[in-house]
Design a protein around this ligand. Structure first.
Ligand code: NAD
Length: 240
């Protein structure tokens, strides 16, 4: 690969697996024993809001029991190094956990929302909280009752900050995908966009993703081992 200054890394549930957060697809389309339809769609929420709030309360509480792993720390190291050389690393994550931030990364786009962000549907107010919410929780801003939902982008909803994501891919030299099955669009389509723009592309995943053939290179194995190795290589090439 030539001189790399700007990098976009797309991450998925696989990067957090070694921290102890279960992925969707490795458990046969279930996430912590619930179907995607039950807990990750607007229809699921309409059918059983108590269950959905309980599910995300449990996921939020789980954050306190897990820690970033070497893959999260390595990406944060790479971000600092590229920044000091006038480049950038943008992490576009499909994950709703906060492990990239706790690993030290700052330039993180949560395209599918965040467990620690809540959204009042009555007044559109979004606020950060690690508390548990129920159908009788009250919005601190508008005092509406029972209108707070997790600030999570469910299947069928529009991911966040798509314009910014596309601009960072347009301006990058290398697009890397880590720990994602390549089954959820639009994230799964970013590799094709990057290829179409003439960017270098690399995937790091336990197994070949669905869009594996779009990548110039695939490295198969655990993110906690392969991401730090790749970051060291990249830092050496960048002369840092
Ligand atoms: P996914 O479950 O569909 O795919 C995970 C991929 O990671 C698989 O291809 C698997 O082989 C790979 N993988 C598993 N362990 C790995 C490891 N140790 N190292 C490297 N790769 C590993 O997840 P996805 O592609 O992110 O898409 C599904 C959706 O799941 C996302 O929208 C996301 O919001 C949601 N989700 C998020 C979390 C989280 O925030 N941590 C957890 C579960 C699901």
């Amino acid at each position: 690969m030539g001189k790399i200054k700007n990098i976009v890394v797309l991450t998925g549930a696989g990067i957090s697996a070694e921290s102890g957060i279960r992925t969707f697809r490795d458990t046969g389309g279930l996430w912590e024993d619930h179907s995607i339809e039950e807990v990750a769609t607007p229809q699921g929420y309409a059918a059983n809001p108590e269950l959905v709030l309980r599910f995300y309360n449990a996921r939020r509480a789980q954050l306190g029991t897990v820690k970033p792993n070497p893959a999260h720390f390595a990406l944060a190291r790479l971000e600092k190094s590229l920044l000091s050389k006038g480049g950038y690393l943008t992490i576009v994550t499909q994950n709703v956990d906060d492990l990239h931030e706790r690993g030290g990364a700052e330039n993180v786009i949560h395209m599918h929302g965040e467990l620690l962000s809540q959204w009042c549907r009555a007044c559109d107010h979004k606020f950060r909280s690690d508390a548990a919410f129920t159908l009788s929780s009250t919005c601190a801003k508008c005092e509406g009752v029972g209108k707070i939902r997790p600030d999570i982008v469910w299947f069928g909803e529009m991911p966040y900050r798509m314009d910014t994501i596309e601009t960072t891919i347009l301006n990058c030299d290398l697009f890397v995908s880590v720990g994602t099955s390549g089954a959820v669009y639009p994230a799964a389509g970013y590799v094709q966009m990057a290829r179409g723009l003439g960017k270098q592309t690399l995937e790091i995943n336990l197994e070949r993703s669905e869009g594996s053939h779009f990548f110039h290179e695939s490295r198969l194995g655990k993110a906690g081992e392969l991401v730090p190795q790749w970051v060291e290589e990249t830092l050496r090439q960048a002369g840092t």
